[in-house]
Design a protein around this ligand. Structure first.
Ligand SMILES: O=C(CO)[C@@H](O)[C@H](O)COP(=O)(O)O
Length: 233
């Protein structure tokens, strides 16, 4: 899915937004043209799988009424087999859960897709890609974590780019329809190396919601990624 004809996708993470004004924060990246976010990344944390607690299904249901930007729900939770399908039923566009949180990721993906959403698999920085290569046909997205999941504003871990390069090769050789996302520490200093490694969709929290103009930050990140991708060939 990463080809010269498609613009890099930007998914602002609402983890860095003002939680008392989520509807307005979604609208801040819903402008037109290159400043419009492709997806809104929604970080669901349960204080068990990760040491932080954010929001859950009721907030996602409210966000779905507040914005027409597709919601990219990233479930950093235990027991995704139980909790992921309801996000799909509610109307999330993409529902991503962690490989480390389930023994049967394919079954969870099947249930998410049956409930009407795209299915995403996420791996932490230290989790290898190889054990999951053969199940990626059951997924629509792969989310490579470039920080330890749990908190925004952390420093990008460049070592994960080896996984991005490997999955890009695998996608091309197997002719897979899989969109590759990266999440954590993406900003003006790091997005180019991620783009060169073959990433399709860039999640950015503090770089977007910490900017004076979040919409302009989306446009600037997309332009940087596009330029880096073009110069990488
Ligand atoms: O899932 C997570 C953290 O667990 C991410 O979505 C971060 O929230 C991204 O924030 P920045 O690193 O871009 O500030």
């Amino acid at each position: 899915m990463c080809d010269s004809g498609s613009a890099p996708m930007i998914a602002p993470s609402i983890l860095s937004a003002d939680f008392a004004n989520l509807g307005a924060e979604a609208e801040a990246v819903a402008g037109s043209g290159t400043n419009r976010a492709d997806w809104l990344h929604v970080d669901v944390m349960d204080a068990h799988f990760v040491p932080n607690l954010t929001l859950g299904l009721p907030v996602v249901e409210s966000l779905l009424k507040a914005t027409d930007i597709p919601l990219d729900c990233h479930l950093m939770i235990e027991d995704p087999g139980r909790w992921a399908p309801p996000y799909a039923e509610a109307g999330a566009y993409n529902v991503t859960f962690h490989a480390e949180a389930t023994d049967d990721p394919v079954a969870v993906a099947r249930d998410v897709r049956a409930a009407g959403a795209k299915a995403g698999l996420s791996i932490k920085p230290g989790t290898p890609l190889e054990p999951y290569l053969q199940i990626l046909r059951d997924f629509d997205t792969l989310l490579i974590m470039s920080v330890e999941p749990g908190f925004g504003g952390q420093q990008f871990i460049p070592e994960v780019l080896a996984k991005a390069r490997a999955i890009r090769k695998f996608i091309d050789s197997e002719d897979l329809r899989l969109l590759v996302e990266i999440d954590g520490g993406i900003n003006a200093d790091t997005i180019e190396q991620a783009a060169e490694a073959g990433i399709d969709c860039f999640v950015a929290g503090s770089a977007v919601y910490g900017a004076a103009d979040p919409g302009a930050a989306v446009g600037a990140l997309r332009a940087q990624a596009a330029a880096a991708r073009a110069s990488a060939g």
